[in-house]
Design a protein around this ligand. Sequence first.
Ligand SMILES: CC(C)(COP(=O)(O)OP(=O)(O)OC[C@H]1O[C@@H](n2cnc3c(N)ncnc32)[C@H](O)[C@@H]1OP(=O)(O)O)[C@@H](O)C(=O)NCCC(=O)NCCS
Length: 149
Amino acid sequence: MQIRPYRPQQDYRDVLNAQCDLYKINFPKFVCTPAFLADQAQRLRAAARRPFENGIFVLEDGLDFAGFVWVALRMDLQGTYGSIDQVYLREPYRRRGFGKLLMQAAHDFIRKQGITTARLYVTADNTDAVHLYEREGYHTTRLEMERTL
Ligand SMILES: CC(C)(COP(=O)(O)OP(=O)(O)OC[C@H]1O[C@@H](n2cnc3c(N)ncnc32)[C@H](O)[C@@H]1OP(=O)(O)O)[C@@H](O)C(=O)NCCC(=O)NCCS
């Protein structure tokens, strides 16, 4: 297994193909439409043109695509931070410790840009993701709350 930077020519299709699965897992009412995929494709192409602001790293198993992480540098009222926007392993690669490799690649990228805060959003009942992030030192700073009416 190895982690390497995203190569648009080679990885574009694999990262795009993962988008529907990633969103379906995290948003139960999500419907994957051609318009959504077109938006994601455009985001991905834009990110690849800005490699200092967007770190995308691919986990490879030989020649097979196993997963990826996508981190973007952002600034808001709380200052500058690395936003871990997407962490994804294909099903056969989950629960084997590879999530940690993806997180390390994201953290290295953020540190190299001189930034000391990493932040992410996660669906509360995505327990595999929540456990990974907690093991990686994340704690809750804000809560999104909802109720049924
Ligand atoms: C979120 C995701 C990346 C987490 O990956 P993961 O495989 O669960 O995380 P790890 O690779 O760190 O694996 C850790 C789990 O595997 C277990 N494990 C089994 N063998 C292991 C090994 N050799 N080394 C380390 N952990 C191992 C650990 O005990 C741990 O289980 P626990 O959470 O019950 O403690 C993965 O589930 C995924 O891609 N999900 C779909 C996409 C998604 O929802 N992404 C998150 C969006 S916010």
